[in-house]
Design a protein around this ligand. Sequence first.
Ligand code: ZN
Length: 466
Amino acid sequence: MTFLFVILGLILVTAKFKNGFKIKDCVKEIGTAQMLTAQKKGVTYKIKFPYFNYKDVDSIIHEKIYSEIEDFIKENANRDVKKAKPKKAVILSDFQTFAFNNNCGVSVQMQYLKNMSGKKVSKTVNLVFCYGKLLSFKDIFKQDKIQDLVNAIKSEIKLDKRFRFMLKNRPFSIYNALTDDVSNLENFGIEKDNIIFSFDLSKIFKEKQEFITVSVPKSAIVECFSNVYFNSNPNERVSGEKTSNDTPLEKDERADKPLIALTFDDGPKEGVTDIILDELKKNNAHATFFVVGKSAEQFPDLLKREVAEGHEIGNHTYSHPTTLTHLSPTDIEQQIENNAKIIESVIGSRPAIVRVPGGSANKKVISAIEAYPIIHWSVDTRDWQTHSAPATKREVNQSSGDGDIVLMHDIRPSTAEAIKTIIPELKSKGFELVTVSEMFRLKNINLEKGVVYHKAEIKECEEESA
Ligand code: ZN
């Protein structure tokens, strides 16, 4: 609790410090706010980020976020080696977005706040996109006008009270250091009336682990903009070359629909799996089969058919022990590895996701399977217990909603029977039936190794509360 207050204090101070960046309000001109929260290797992260449902832009934002998280995890791991009792490490973020060029361009500013064993560091990362492409400083500003731009930034720094304080203590050093090296200008963003430049103060003063943002009015630097900045013709590439199929933004229609991932465990089994596959095919639906190695050896053709018809294969151990929690780490790894090898020998690739028997995953199990995302479920049909088609159907009807992962078993004839009505009914309610990996991808949630998932959940941006 105390820790949260400390973090909140840091956020508020930063919010006050920075012009226009209202962290608590999650300022967003375009895009929707999403939240990514998880714990991984001793690091807790809670990342708010924008989502545009435009593949090119979203994937770059994701990539940048994950490299930030991974760097922090590495940094923390190095640090923890030295400490007997490492304290918690937390990375938070918030963002702002601004549209330009009639919404064909967007400027995203991500602000990270990192707390590692009580040491707090802030970082600002700006990303500017136009027609789905990431723009660099050189794309937006004329190279022969750099000196004018630098002069404009210097005048702003002179007027800025925050810098006035620093200049007093460190005469001559600050604005030359900030502006003389052009690479310092790469971290820029676009706002309605200003261009913002974020500077890493630690480059100048080692002890200042923070970024400071300088706003330069666009009116003062009109001459410096390249044509790309003003260009709003979607057929014009950032580089200026025209291409016929250069659509600005690509969109997957299914992402706008409610999604459900049906999952079937313990198969394949002749007389059950094939009926389920028939029903999925009839309804143009896809599902995920968490396969047991011993059964895959017995019915390789069913496994091949699952893949051929567009379904996903998950790893559900080689011999399906009742629980993995009683096994040694080596035995757990063997259960997963042996099954992966069998599946690979039949379909040519290894499953990317794992489901543990009974959904029992303690610390030992998770660390033994840390090479895979671990998929639990949010709706348990209890088909394994009731052996009843009507009961299975009722459970799906009552409990399934957008983002749910539904647990069933393709070894029960009652489940195959229930599926005959479950699938058309879900489709008629407007649900898209997709595989687990597809559902997370469509919801823009990265499936991470060593993390347990119950559901593909998108959390709207909420206010922090202690
Ligand atoms: Zn099972």
